[in-house]
Write a protein that binds this ligand. Structure first.
Ligand code: C2E
Ligand code: MG
Ligand code: MG
Ligand code: MG
Length: 285
């Protein structure tokens, strides 16, 4: 079994395998206890501005440090948390932890970074999403401008009317709004313009075979062009090679995230990354 073969193997398998019912049940049971046992941890991946080469933000990505299974990927347990309703308390913990970390870095004298937090569909569907977010900001003493929420295209489209209302309320407070995994759903940028967004994140699947794949190269350029004409910032995710980076920079993409810049890092390692290179990965051209 995958989980007997060590930590990394499980993370690799778990995203793909269809969990057996018994395994699923035990996973669900341990997920219920995970918050109390403090088994969740956040890693942070920098977002690099492609003109200055500096880190301008970080995305908080949750991991589950399971006592037997090792580091479990969010791709495995976030869907389960959604189904079981556990996403409520887990999401609240993530938001509070990410904001507290952002506050701690500020207090340590690190340059201010926007903190991006992912919201899943049922978190976003909650009627109290606005007071929840505002409550966390107040408790951690962060200004709304320092927080950005990442919401997928399909989450936004699930209930467009509700989405519009909530997004307008968040936007009115000054919270940044990003569309995650853009291009994987069915909506167009033009349609999304009806929502008060700040940025779009081009999905990794388009970035993967840049610059060789003609279709994905064309799509990426078109998204950058359209997003800019609509006044949106463009962030590319999953940038793994210098060639991808050069293509994106050449075509005016604003920011990038990916293994070739930095993988998601534990909080202390991210602070070291920022200090040692002042977050500067590459000189602007
Ligand atoms: P996402 O928000 O689209 O996050 C990007 C994913 O791509 C992350 O996977 C990140 O580690 C990975 N990644 C970053 N750079 C590269 C790269 O160069 N190459 C490749 N192949 N992958 C890269 P991760 O951390 O496993 O998260 C997966 C998804 O789980 C996230 O996708 C997000 O939808 C969800 N997620 C993660 N943390 C949270 C959370 O706190 N709350 C909620 N609701 N969802 C979360
Ligand atoms: Mg994201
Ligand atoms: Mg994404
Ligand atoms: Mg993605």
């Amino acid at each position: 079994r995958a989980k007997d073969q060590g930590k990394n193997t499980f993370q690799f398998y778990s995203a793909q395998m269809n969990l057996h019912t018994v395994e699923r049940l035990s996973l669900e049971t341990s997920l219920r206890w995970a918050l109390e046992r403090e088994e969740f941890v956040l890693h942070y991946q920098p977002k690099i501005d492609l003109r200055s080469g500096r880190a301008v933000g970080v995305e908080a990505l949750v991991r589950w440090q399971h006592p037997d299974m090792g580091l479990v990927s969010p791709a495995t347990f976030i869907p389960l948390a959604e189904e079981t309703g556990l996403i409520g308390p887990i999401g609240e913990w993530v938001l509070a932890q990410a904001c507290a970390q952002c506050r701690a870095w500020l207090d340590q004298g690190l340059p201010p970074l926007r903190m991006a937090v992912n919201l899943s569909a049922s978190q976003f569907a909650r009627s109290d999403v606005l007071p929840q977010v505002m409550g966390v900001l107040k408790r951690t003493g962060l200004t709304p401008r320092m927080l950005e929420l990442e919401i997928t295209e399909s989450t936004v489209m699930k209930n467009a009317e509700h989405s519009r209302e909530v997004l307008h309320q968040l936007k009115a407070r000054g919270i940044g709004l990003a569309i995650d995994d853009f291009g994987t759903g069915y909506s167009s940028l033009g349609y999304l313009k009806r929502f008060p967004l700040d940025s779009v994140k081009i999905d990794r699947s388009f970035v993967l075979d840049l610059p060789d794949d003609q279709d994905n190269a064309a799509i990426t350029q078109a998204v950058i062009g359209m997003a800019h004409s609509l006044g949106l910032r463009v962030v590319a995710e999953g940038v793994e090679t210098e060639a991808q980076l050069a293509f994106l920079r050449h075509h005016g993409c604003d920011e990038a995230q990916g293994y070739c810049l930095s993988p998601p890092l534990p909080a202390e390692a991210l602070a070291d990354f920022l200090r040692s290179r002042a977050g500067r990965v590459r000189e602007a051209r």
